[in-house]
Design a protein around this ligand. Sequence first.
Ligand SMILES: [Zn+2]
Length: 257
Amino acid sequence: MVGSGLGLLALVTSCSNSAASPAAPSPSAPESPHAWSYDGAEGPERWGTLSSDFGSCSSGTAQSPIDFRGGSGLSPAPLALAYYASECEITDNGHTTELRALTAQGITVGGKQYAFTQMHFHAPSEHTVNGVRHEAEFHFVHQADDGGLAVVGILATAGAANAAWAPFTDGVPAAAGGQKVAAGVVDFPALFPASLDHFAYDGSLTTPPCSEGVRWLLFETPVELGAGQLATLRAAHSGNSRPVQPLNGRDVVVVDQ
Ligand SMILES: [Zn+2]
């Protein structure tokens, strides 16, 4: 895909490959010329030392994820979804599995439009609520025309098998080898919880280079996935979750809509 007409999409292939790293990686590199991991010498506590590009991971003061403990009463910026059913593709970047839509999707937050670039997962969740981690967390990454990023997060708990999520979870194993896998039609609106009530705050990418200025919206209501679906996700990537970061006085808004 690198060098193709999908260059804009290639800039934001995941939380870890942002517009802050415009140099295109070689096709064989997962997503960054600098190796990083979720444990050991290249783990989260060391990310800021692994590359001069990753400085925000250690020196940033508005990092993600965070632990949610209620919110302040600032005026909300309503979230509107512009999501539709679409053919999709699944790829694995070595750190997570990504879903891309072949037709345009997006959101509007406080009147600003963001285009969907890709969705991926972390298991267990990265954000916590009152200190509690969920089984998994999905990140829908969006980019505005001015380059601004907005990530919509959905927490997942164990429950009944979720047919809406099956096109993704069924395709995850086949993508593990690095090849692009057709997911068929994904009914995007059915992926989201019934309530759009959410937490909102300003944070960062949760993977190197940990760039700040990311608008975060995390749904308060989790989605249920079957035990088999969660096991499938963990079999592909488990422990790919950055520890929670200091809030440092940032405002967290609870948006009821
Ligand atoms: Zn993520």
